[in-house]
Design a protein around this ligand. Structure first.
Ligand code: PAF
Length: 274
């Protein structure tokens, strides 16, 4: 496996078929590695990128303390079958301030995560568009844990007629059910134990809505309150259509419940399809 830091080197290394691409911000866990294995199964060469993208962090967020763990990440990627790692620095990705940006539509980009992290999806779309131009993948894989991000990228690729198949990977969980996330490392032992409550509340919503579809609003409010009672600061718990994350309209809509909440200073997200 080769690790390159420059666009020119990457282009040289990528002479063959269009690769399967796993974009990441590093500090990798089993969720990323599962995507790499899924990428490998396509039979294409596998490229992963590691770049902590300043554009998707608000000034008060954790850009500076986001863990940079390249040597360990490279070892893990090699073990998972990755062929090439692109790990640019900021000067390589943004040699001049990025003034052309990709703005997702408000109906999808400004709701849920976009409401609580204004500009987040513009930052994500802009860097992913740029990475796609650099890597020219045939397939790109994104974890379903970032459910809205997956839908936003699918929409971008569709609207720009990009010849890239977007594949979602299932959320990988710790044995006790906590969704793996690079941010779990911020949790103290007590918070790590408490973090399970987020998924428990999602499960409660799933159960309530499965047995009574008209109980969506009540189930969402109950979960929000239960989290508050336990000391969390929930941003949202919302049952949405899987396809576009709009509020469900028809009885036949396939649904997902998505949630974001802070425990201490750490903001966690999770979701369950129902
Ligand atoms: O999901 C992430 O890690 C990031 O949002 C991504 C897709 C690598 C863009 O920076």
């Amino acid at each position: 496996m080769q690790v390159v830091h420059h666009i020119a080197e990457l282009r040289q290394a990528l002479a063959g078929p269009r690769p399967a691409f796993v974009p990441t911000m590093g500090n990798l866990h089993e969720g990323h590695l599962a995507l790499v294995r899924q990428a490998k199964a396509t039979g294409r060469p596998v490229v992963a990128s590691i770049f902590v993208n300043r554009l998707q962090f608000a000034p008060h967020e954790d850009f500076d303390r986001y863990p940079r763990t390249l040597p360990r990440d490279a070892e893990l990627l090699q073990g998972a079958g990755c062929d090439l790692v692109f790990a640019p620095d900021e000067r390589e990705m943004y040699p001049v301030p990025q003034s052309y940006k990709v703005h997702p539509p408000a109906g999808l980009g400004d709701i849920l995560e976009g409401e609580f992290r204004p500009g987040f999806f513009t930052g994500v779309c802009t860097v992913v568009m740029k990475l796609f131009q650099i890597v020219q993948p045939g397939v790109a894989l994104f974890g379903k844990k970032d459910y809205q991000q997956l839908r936003v990228i699918e929409g971008m690729v569709r609207d720009f007629a990009m010849p890239i198949e977007i594949v979602g990977g299932e959320t990988v969980r710790a044995e006790d059910g906590l969704a793996l996330s690079s941010r779990n490392g911020y949790l103290s032992d007590t918070q790590r134990a408490e973090a399970l409550a987020l998924r428990q509340q999602l499960l409660a919503v799933v159960e309530a809505v499965r047995s009574d579809r008209s109980a969506i609003a009540r189930a969402e409010a109950t979960a929000m309150q239960a989290l508050r009672d336990r000391g969390w600061q929930p941003d949202y718990v919302a049952v949405r259509r899987r396809t576009d994350l709009a509020a469900p309209l028809d009885a036949g809509d396939a649904l997902v419940v998505v949630a974001a909440a802070k425990i201490g200073t750490t903001r966690l997200i999770d979701n369950l399809e129902l």
